[in-house]
Design a binder for this molecule. Structure first.
Ligand code: ADP
Ligand code: ASP
Ligand code: MG
Length: 820
């Protein structure tokens, strides 16, 4: 009994070099027991492009021979590598030698003529496949298979197009069957071209080998067609752009058609017609990993996914006709289509506004000029009489499309698609529903295709919660935060949180990931690859990576940066700030930031502005929102002053207490920054504004710990000495307080709408009396919490707790994709 028939196609990526040819031969050999195999080959990777460049360069009068030599050198290197393996290549080598001279002559002829007839173009381009197919026969024979080479005279053509022909499968059927020798295990044909009745070569269109394979499969009634590539199969999006794209186990013919029509380079759209018409299942598989099952393209996908994949097509131009004269006129769309069809321009998509006031269509950019001219001629009369305005052309556009058979049964898919695209900061110019009702396509600027595709992929294919981090400031707190991310990595994954650090900056350099920054070596990478930066570079990250709702984490103390938050929020970033400068700038700006967050649906969080990681701001906001009212607030908001006043209580003089706190690392590098009280003033202002007081920094009354005009001026090295002059008076105050059962504390207070920061005598047995050793405490008396106040205490400074507070804020920015 004769064996079953199988058609296998190997593309350029499977034939890049010796390794590719060997891998392809190994794949073929896996099937020869079970099947009689018909193999169709593309040219060696890059050869067709080089031949094409050679022709086009020669037409322009340039040195086309240079590209021709590159193409031949690529082919020759495979022959040489095979020779080194002891493989003789009689067919391949002879073809190469013969073609070399012929091609050189033809290219020179083209240069002299300044033009290349399509017939000659077809003959030149087809040599790539002529060579690779012969070489494969040599290799298979060497490996002991009975392999047979066949020319494409068995593929008669159905039309007269030199560059984009169709195969007459009915006529091909008997010819192919005749040609197939019963004794041969493998028959190899060149893809990409057939021969007309005169025996001349006609091409089947770019990437035509897929079509060769499909048409042959249809003609011989093969039970299966396989397309072998350098990827595992059909991905949910181009894997070079979306790193976490998924390999699909199946797609329907219609879905494959939409995906490939709009750019997915997996199987050419033209090949799908003969496969679908004859119901031939087609596997897309990886030559370099044949154990993987790949993707099955077939009639009815078993599992109807709402959305199967996303594709994008570059180098598109959109053309718009508009004008009052179009309104209500019948047949405009038909005239547009006819005008372009007569120039053999294919229309990628066409939409008409509902008022019929405008028609927009997309064509390949290469056809733009011809299309415009054709339309100008067709609508000459209307233009002359002002019935339509100028024909508008936008070059450098891209079509991004979302494909899935299930989508016609569900609502809200288009909304989610458009939301994802606009969340990535991309403007949608045209929206169209695909021809088979299983796709929605949008036209965007060319440079926006990548971010749009990535954003849509996240929206439709990711089931985790996304946190994209851009960390500005990677010193103490920022560095610790990155450590905490690493320590929590596993647990985050368990909780379906996908936290990715996309960029890290210090004051000098910004490092932006192509995808994600590897936290194992961020310091080295930042030093080596970071670049000087401005805010524009940060803003550009969102689009570049197609991030839906990224978060800027500000771990700097930079005031200039703080004053840019509104702009960042307006550009779609959330902000998590450890930096206090924004919330303590002018009250108008304070309001502006909140308005910007609200209008952009973004979060602005700053829990660590007060008492580091202690959950004070969140608690206070919760109380205020639920209708509680603040009566008084009192707190110890400085870790260093908490330490210093605790030491004073133990009888240690001020100068020594400060020295000790410095030694323990509790103070700012210059302790006067703590002793001035300004740090506490800032925190108190933030609390006051949080409860609705419209105050400025100057409105807060402050008693510095030490008079700043005296010790304020001495050199830092003399500071401790200068403080000694204050030791006695402070010790006296401590003693007086102690006699009354009190202690001195540096207290921040809100009372009767007024704010004050000062040294207070506090009863030892009251909440603040017990706060020392660097601890903070926040005491709030509210309508609900009285007479016993709510008290929050704990360490309010230090890299670990501050970073943990920032981390907590980050987790509150989460954006959850809707389920697919
Ligand atoms: P070949 O000529 O060998 O068939 P192509 O030149 O057509 O190969 O290119 C294959 C490439 O197409 C793959 O390496 C892959 O990066 C890219 N590609 C684009 N979109 C997709 C997709 N949706 N699924 C798989 N691969 C894709
Ligand atoms: N080599 C041809 C091309 O690059 C045909 C093919 O690879 O399918 O278009
Ligand atoms: Mg190819």
């Amino acid at each position: 009994m004769s064996k079953k028939l199988l058609v296998q196609k190997f593309g350029g990526t499977s034939l890049a070099d010796l390794a590719g040819f060997e891998a392809s031969a190994a794949v073929i050999s896996r099937y020869t027991d079970e099947y009689q195999v018909v193999v169709v080959l593309s040219a060696v990777k890059g050869v067709t492009d080089l031949l094409l460049t050679a022709i086009d360069t020669a037409v322009e009068g340039g040195n086309g021979a240079e590209y021709l030599e590159q193409a031949i050198a690529g082919e020759r290197s495979v022959v040489q590598d095979l020779a080194e393996q002891g493989v003789e290549t009689p067919l391949g080598s002879a073809f190469l030698e013969e073609q070399q001279a012929v091609l050189a002559r033809r290219v020179e002829g083209i240069r002299l003529l300044g033009q290349c007839p399509d017939k000659t173009r077809a003959r030149i381009l087809a040599t790539g496949e002529g060579f690779s197919s012969r070489l494969m026969v040599d290799l298979l024979n060497h490996r002991g298979f009975r392999a047979q080479w066949s020319d494409t005279d068995v593929l008669p053509l159905a039309n007269e197009d030199w560059l984009d022909s169709l195969i007459d499968t009915e006529a091909a059927a008997p010819l192919l069957k005749d040609r197939l020798e019963p004794a041969s295990q493998v028959m190899v044909l060149p893809g990409f071209y057939g021969r007309n009745a005169n025996g001349d070569i006609q091409l089947l269109g770019r990437n035509g080998t897929d079509y060769s394979a499909a048409a042959i499969a249809a003609a011989i009634g093969a039970g299966l067609c396989q397309i072998w590539k350098d990827v595992d199969g059909f991905f949910s999006a181009d894997p070079r752009i979306v790193t976490n794209a998924r390999c699909l186990d199946e797609v329907s013919y219609d879905e494959a058609m939409e995906l490939t029509y709009f750019g997915a380079k997996v199987i050419s759209a033209k090949a799908l017609t003969p496969l679908a018409a004859n119901n031939i299942p087609c596997e897309v598989r990886n030559t370099y990993d044949p154990s993987k099952p790949g993707t099955l393209v077939h009639a009815r996908a078993r599992r109807a996914l709402v959305v199967r994949g996303i594709s994008h097509l570059h180098d598109v131009s959109s053309i718009t006709l508009q004008g009052g004269g179009l309104r209500g006129r019948v047949g405009i769309a038909r005239r547009v289509m006819d005008a372009l069809a007569s120039e053999s321009i294919s229309i990628l998509l066409i939409v008409q506004s509902s008022s019929e006031y405008s028609i927009t269509l997309c064509v390949r950019q290469a056809d733009e000029r011809k299309a415009r001219r054709a339309l100008e001629e067709e609508f000459h009369f209307e233009r002359l009489h002002g019935l339509i305005e100028e024909i508008g052309v936008q070059s450098d556009r891209a079509v991004v499309s979302l494909v899935g058979e299930g989508m016609k049964h569900y609502r809200g898919i288009a909304a989610k698609f458009l939301t994802a695209i606009s969340s990535a900061g991309v403007n949608v110019e045209v929206i169209a529903q695909g021809s088979t009702e299983c796709a929605i396509a949008v036209v965007v600027r060319g440079e926006d295709a990548q971010p749009a595709t990535r954003a849509c992929h996240t929206a439709f294919f990711s089931h985790s919660t996304h946190i994209d981090v851009i960390l500005l400031g990677c010193g103490n707190v920022g560095g610790e935060l990155l450590d905490q991310f690493q320590r929590q990595a596993e647990s985050l994954i368990e909780h379906h949180v996908d936290l990715r650090v996309r960029a890290i900056a210090n004051s000098r350099k910004l490092l932006v990931a192509d995808d994600v920054i590897d936290l194992d070596c961020w310091q080295e990478t930042l030093a080596a690859e970071g670049k000087a930066w401005s805010l524009e570079d940060v803003i550009a990250i969102r689009k570049k990576l197609g991030l839906l709702s990224p978060t800027i984490v500000d771990c700097t103390t930079d005031e200039k940066l703080a004053l840019e938050y509104v702009r960042l929020l307006d550009n779609g970033f959330n902000i998590v700030a450890a930096n206090k400068k924004a919330n303590t700038s002018g009250y108008d700006y304070y309001r502006d930031m909140r308005d910007a967050a609200a209008r952009n649906f973004r979060k602005f969080l700053y829990e660590t502005n007060v008492a580091a990681g202690l959950p004070f701001i969140d608690t206070l906001q919760g109380l205020m929102r639920s209708g509680d009212e603040l009566r008084t607030f009192e707190g110890i908001l400085s870790g260093s002053l908490s330490m210093i006043f605790g030491l004073l209580e133990d009888g240690i003089p001020l100068s020594q207490a400060v020295a000790k706190a410095m030694e323990l690392g509790y103070t700012e590098p210059d302790p006067r920054d703590d002793l001035s009280g300004m740090d506490v003033v800032r925190k108190l202002l933030i609390i006051a504004r949080e409860v609705g007081l419209q105050l400025e920094l100057e409105d807060i009354e402050v008693e510095p710990v030490i008079p700043m005009d005296e010790v304020g001026l001495v050199d830092r090295s003399e500071l401790i000495g200068a403080l000694q002059s204050l030791d006695e008076s402070i010790s006296e105050r401590v003693a007086e307080a102690s006699a009354a059962g009190n202690v001195l504390r540096y207290v921040a207070r809100v009372e009767d709408g007024k704010c004050r920061v000062s040294i207070e005598e506090v009863p030892q047995n009251k909440p603040l009396g017990a706060i020392r050793d660097g601890e903070n405490a926040l005491v709030i008396h509210t309508h609900y919490y009285q007479p016993i106040p709510m008290v929050l205490r704990g360490y309010g400074a230090g890299a670990a707790v501050t970073a943990a507070g920032v981390f907590g804020d980050l987790l509150r920015t989460v954006w959850r994709p809707l389920d697919n």
